[in-house]
Design a protein around this ligand. Sequence first.
Ligand code: C5P
Length: 228
Amino acid sequence: MSSAATEFVVALVPAAGRGVRLGESTPKAFVPVAGIPMIRRAVDGLLASGAVHRVVVVVPAELVELAATLLPDGVQVIVGGAERLDSVRAGIDAAPDADLYLVHDAARALTPPALIARVVSELRNGRSGVVPALPVTDTIKSVDSAGRVTGTPARADLRAIQTPQGFAADVLRRAYDGVVEGDLATDDAGLVERLGEQVATIVGDPLAFKITTPLDLTLANALAREEG
Ligand code: C5P
């Protein structure tokens, strides 16, 4: 890897999901929050962090042209895959020159730039994997397929994980080399953990919440209107 001052930081923005839980007709990343599409807000946040050299946005095939019109010049738009893992892999392949990768969900459209900069700063300090984390407020239980409770992990040990998730590029590439068809991993850090690599947490930000349900969208609209 090159020296810290010259490390090339590429942000991958998976935005190729259909977002069925949001109940909108448009794919989620293209739904506006206070008039500005989530995808644009997420990319603007990455650029405003001052910590990212290049942004690659991954969208459904039929929305590549639209995405290009919505995003600032210089942002690369590529076609995603059926699963989130396929979309992130396409992003990794499109940016083989990265020294550090951030993977940031378009759905976390209000993520503060300062949080993004903190993730990159931790990577520059030599960490191989960094994720923002918040304590959970609900008690979390595991259940079986019939809905019967099978366990109650101690809440104090649990964290809700946000994005951007940051990785040394070679570590993320190796993690994706190990992905097999039908893999159920829901985040990138989980793949890196499988390699036995240490993933560090930093304190996340409530504003980096994932806009998933209509209630989340109502909250995001209210927050964005208040701010701007
Ligand atoms: O489904 P989930 O909310 O976990 O999706 C997280 C992010 O991954 C979203 O920004 C979504 O657009 C993206 N995604 C993707 N390609 C898919 C599925 C999801 O880029 N096939």
